[in-house]
Design a protein around this ligand. Structure first.
Ligand code: URA
Length: 228
């Protein structure tokens, strides 16, 4: 499935003939724009989905948590064991760190943020998702973005950056930069699990950069709120 095809996802004129009770298992059959009315419908579909092999091993598809009305969407990589068990994203160690980082600039996951992942099912042994898995799952992420309509999208780590924007640049090179995409502002940031492996807070370390990026993000959110 071509992701360019899916980018027309924000044009819902193709959706009329799509039957939501039969999910195409063939990834070449796109899920058209406007298929879903809300996040719950996406969740219901993902829990029955077999567009890739991860559908055989998941306990729960992991769709999202937070406020569906939030202006900020955070996109992670893939569910891990805790997420597969609970059906909620970022509930393990890296999720706790992410919540703490957000809180440190006055952002609350329950009110200011919605969190989702590039792929909805856990890859075995927490390996990175394959290109095929990302492509199979991409329509769900694009539908989430269409429905949630976030103004700011934070892409945590290289998989999120590559998965959504097809941008293969290393995170360390472009973190903290705003990228305009589909009328939204995206910012690549470090993945919290990378910060767990690099705990120093000294200047110019990953944690320090994350703190700088979070302040820029909070300022942009405040600016957007003032414009309303
Ligand atoms: N948990 C998630 O849900 N996503 C990640 O990318 C990492 C941990």
């Amino acid at each position: 499935m071509s992701s360019d095809l899916q980018l027309s996802l924000f044009d819902s004129s193709q959706s009329a003939s799509f039957q939501t009770d039969s999910i195409p298992t063939n990834v070449k059959i796109p899920i058209p724009p406007g298929t879903y009315q809300n996040i719950e419908q996406i969740g219901e579909h993902c829990n029955r989905c077999h567009r890739c092999e991860l559908g055989n091993s998941r306990t729960h598809a992991v769709i999202g948590r937070g406020n569906p009305q939030a202006k900020i969407l955070i996109v992670g990589e893939a569910p891990g064991q805790n997420e597969d068990e609970t059906g909620l994203p970022f509930v393990g160690r890296s999720g706790k760190l992410l919540d703490k980082i957000l809180e440190s600039v006055g952002l609350c996951t329950e009110t200011d943020i919605f969190i989702a992942n590039v792929i909805k099912c856990r890859p075995p042994n927490n390996r990175p998702p394959t290109v095929k898995e990302i492509e199979a799952c991409k329509p769900y992420l694009l539908e989430q973005i269409r429905i949630l309509d976030p103004k700011i999208i934070l892409l945590t780590g290289a998989t999120a950056l590559k998965g959504l924007l097809s941008d293969k640049r290393p995170i360390s090179k472009i973190r903290g930069q705003w990228i305009e995409w589909e009328n939204r502002l995206c910012m690549p940031i470090f993945h919290p699990s990378y910060l767990l492996r690099n705990p120093s807070r000294e200047p110019e370390t990953p944690k320090w950069f994350m703190w700088q990026d979070m302040q820029v993000i909070k300022a942009k959110l405040d600016e957007l709120k003032e414009q309303l």
